[in-house]
Design a protein around this ligand. Structure first.
Ligand code: KG4
Ligand code: ZN
Length: 373
């Protein structure tokens, strides 16, 4: 039974912030409070709408956000037992992402903010992922962050909201993109990450060897595009030998792929830990993983080992807050709302590209080509 309005309001520490996420294929919203409670939380996945295309179709995504956001917000407020006027601020993902979806979320959030007489907070989607651990755990700045999602793959030193130093990035595909492309190649459907992880559980990671680009290099950058070519070649060889891609072959390829991605991430992070320590000095710091790929249990295990070998505390958000959601946007909005320099972002427009580190330049060409780029 929903709480009454007055009892709900009394149970939380202000500010209360509503966050709306529509940058890709999830229509999501949540309300969080300053004492780190997720008061209400709704995520509507569009996976089924995009599955037959093997990836996110921007026009379909935007149309689905338009169709669903209104009633999702109504359900959210009913569940919270709150009205828009009870909020202190309204936040929405303003970039990076697919422009049609971003516009739906931002226009809706601005309308709600205006009608309720509250400020609008423009949130960077990547900052939402980056700060989620501070909603779920006691994590202090600075921390070292591996941000691995469908559109992004970066290592960042996080000194505070809006204060990021990029230590490394992918020069081509993002890690999640590599999972999605591998799944598509092997006929495992979309989104690829969970499907590859499930198949890998049945496989032998040592049967096939895949290349590990960038491993051992003196910087912290990644490259994953060669990996999918190698996966295609392996799959073709298996089909040539057997006539079809056997389930065991597919499982072994997935296991080798997952292990290789994790090895690459761990190798680059080793280098980043050295840079991070040079930057922030000794002390009790955290290694944080965020973004959709952070849901991968195998990767989490490897990162945990890496952290403990380097005297870092490993922190990962719960699985439901790794992939896109409204709570991460509400929380990043809340941290920004509380920062000294915040006024009102009502005049801020959507930004399809929006690097977290303001000085960051693409490593090659036009930068990453993931769904969010
Ligand atoms: O953060 P997210 O929901 O959206 C972006 O901001 O991109 O991340 C989605 C990505 C997809 O590429 C998906 O395949 C990947 O995260 N992913 C996973 C797993 N769950 C989701 N990758 C590996 N293992 C998983 N269990
Ligand atoms: Zn994301």
């Amino acid at each position: 039974m929903p709480a009454t309005n007055e009892s709900t309001k009394a149970a939380y520490t202000r500010p209360l912030v509503l966050g709306i996420e529509t940058s890709c294929d999830e229509t999501a919203a949540a309300i969080v409070s300053a004492d780190r409670q997720v008061i209400a939380h709704k995520v509507l996945s569009q996976i089924d709408d995009h599955a037959e295309f093997g990836g996110v179709v921007p026009e379909i995504a935007a149309r689905q956000h338009i169709s669903h956001l209104d009633h999702l917000l109504k359900d959210l407020m009913d569940e919270a037992g709150l009205t828009f006027r009870d909020l202190d601020a309204v936040a929405a993902t303003t970039g990076p992402g697919l422009v049609g979806g971003l516009m739906v979320g931002v226009m809706t959030a601005k309308a709600v903010a205006k009608a309720a007489g509250k400020p609008f907070v423009a949130v960077n989607h990547l900052e939402g992922h980056a700060l989620t651990v501070r909603l779920t755990n006691e994590v202090k700045f600075p921390y070292l962050l591996l941000l691995v999602s469908g559109g992004h793959c970066q290592i960042l030193s996080v000194a505070g909201p809006g204060d990021y130093t990029r230590l490394g990035t992918t020069i081509d595909d993002a890690a999640g993109e590599a999972f999605d492309k591998t799944a598509k190649l092997l006929g495992l459907g979309y989104p690829g990450g969970p499907a590859v992880e499930a198949a890998a559980r049945e496989g032998n990671p040592k049967r096939f060897r895949l290349p590990k680009p960038m491993v051992g290099k003196p910087h912290c950058n990644f490259s994953f595009s060669g990996l999918k070519t190698a996966v295609r070649r392996l799959a073709e060889e298996c089909v040539e030998r057997e006539g079809v891609l056997l389930k065991t072959d597919r499982a072994d390829i997935c296991a080798a792929f997952q292990m290789t991605i994790a090895d690459c991430l761990v190798d680059r992070l080793k280098r980043a830990i050295t840079l991070f320590r040079e930057q922030v000095g000794a002390g009790d710091h955290a290694l944080v993983v965020a973004g959709g790929v952070a849901a991968n249990a195998y990767l989490r295990g490897k990162l945990e080992t890496l952290a403990s070998a380097n005297a870092l505390t490993f922190v990962a958000p719960p699985l439901s807050l790794c992939t896109d959601n409204g709570a991460m946007i509400a929380w990043a909005g809340l941290e920004r709302f509380l920062s000294d320099d915040f006024g009102d972002d009502m005049d801020v427009s959507v930004r399809p590209r929006w690097p977290l580190d303001g000085d960051a330049k693409p490593m090659v060409g036009k930068g990453k080509k993931g769904a969010k780029a």
